[in-house]
Design a protein around this ligand. Structure first.
Ligand SMILES: *[C@@H]1O[C@H](CO)[C@@H](O)[C@H](O)[C@H]1NC(C)=O
Ligand SMILES: *[C@@H]1O[C@H](CO)[C@@H](O)[C@H](O)[C@H]1NC(C)=O
Ligand SMILES: *[C@@H]1O[C@H](CO)[C@@H](O)[C@H](O)[C@H]1NC(C)=O
Length: 320
């Protein structure tokens, strides 16, 4: 009897085990991504030639890539750090061409005058295009800018620390979080997958993380013109900072850990204070951290000595 019950119990357990194992062995399909347009042309010039934009405005320092649906991201940024920093949002069109999203973006750009919408499908694989359009816009409309900060809409920028970073490296050509001696991702399941037919070399000696990097205004035009000659790849940061700026133009990439692709483990405002940028911060979290950051910023403007005693935590091991 005991044997029978344990056998009965073993049946479903065995079935469950078999199912789990077979599921584990059967890989899901790789994420859909459309790179076919790169087969037609890898020339940035071809893409930008007939690109038109639907709306634009004003002269900027920070430009960030955003997605059509990210209304809440933009609104929080407008209410917080963008108040201290001329900021412009760049995006393409939503894939579905949905009237309501398009209409929403249109109203939003009319209301805030801080959005550039370009005529391409907005999706991760087209980020290179987005950044190139940002450079083109900046070089034409804002040639006097000292520095251009390229970042994303899930980044919390600390404008006081960003100013400080610029002050510390006034002559930097490109500055950001330097990632050294890496390889391109050849695994289709990876978000940053680059097929070999798109980029031959596996090894990347140095690039700056695309979550945020500064470009010296004196080099924006040069970088764009050079990009016209360098075949495009779908990873924006490797393309602009390594393939174009470093490899082709021999520009220097300056490392500064404060422009971080990471964020602190714990939400202490003083940990955020020491970063010029923190990545993967949701709008609700930005709203939560911002008031204390603002208080520290005011104090910093008065006496420069703030968050005393936190120097020990000023290391990448306290970030993720
Ligand atoms: C990326 O943009 C290009 C240029 O507009 C377009 O041809 C291509 O279809 C876009 N890719 C996707 C997947 O939307
Ligand atoms: C990468 O290399 C640069 C320049 O050689 C160096 O200054 C920097 O500290 C390195 N980056 C990291 C994350 O260690
Ligand atoms: C690249 O620039 C460095 C200085 O930043 C210089 O030492 C080196 O000779 C340059 N290389 C080429 C090929 O021009």
């Amino acid at each position: 009897m005991l044997l029978l019950t344990s056998m009965l119990a073993a049946l479903p357990a065995g079935w469950w085990l078999a199912r789990t194992v077979s599921r584990g062995l059967m890989l899901p399909a790789p994420p859909p991504r459309d790179l076919t347009h790169y087969m037609r042309t890898k020339s940035l010039r071809d893409y930008l030639l007939d690109m038109w934009f639907k709306n634009l405005l004003v002269a900027q320092l920070a430009q960030l890539t955003s997605a059509p649906m990210h209304f809440d991201y933009r609104n929080v940024i407008r209410k917080t750090w963008a108040k201290y920093q001329p900021t412009l949002f760049i995006m393409g069109l939503h894939r579905t061409h949905s009237e309501s999203i398009l209409g929403g973006n249109y109203l939003e750009s009319k209301q805030f005058n801080d959005i550039l919408v370009f005529d391409f499908y907005d999706q991760y694989q087209n980020l290179t295009l987005k950044t190139a359009l940002m450079l083109k816009w900046a070089s034409e409309k804002c040639p006097q800018a000292k520095f251009l900060f390229k970042t994303d809409d899930d980044v919390l920028v600390n404008p006081w620390m960003l100013q400080r970073v610029i002050k510390d490296h006034p002559r930097a050509q490109l500055l950001g979080y330097s990632i050294n001696k890496t390889k391109l991702h050849r695994d289709e399941y990876n978000k940053y997958y680059v097929p070999r037919w798109l980029a031959r070399d596996d090894f990347i000696p140095q690039y700056l993380s695309g979550t945020g990097y500064l470009i010296n205004g004196a080099y924006i035009k040069k970088i764009l013109q050079t990009a016209y000659l360098v075949p495009m790849v779908n990873v924006e940061d490797v393309y602009i900072t390594y393939l174009v700026a470093k490899k082709t133009l021999n520009l220097t990439l300056t490392h500064d850990r404060r422009v971080s692709p990471m964020r602190p483990w714990v939400t202490f405002s003083c940990l955020y204070w020491h970063l010029a940028a923190a990545h993967s911060v949701r709008p609700s979290e930005i709203l939560k951290i911002w008031p204390s950051l603002k208080i520290i910023g005011k104090e910093y403007n008065r006496k420069k000595k703030v968050c005393f005693g936190y120097e020990f935590f000023n290391k990448d091991i306290f970030l993720y």
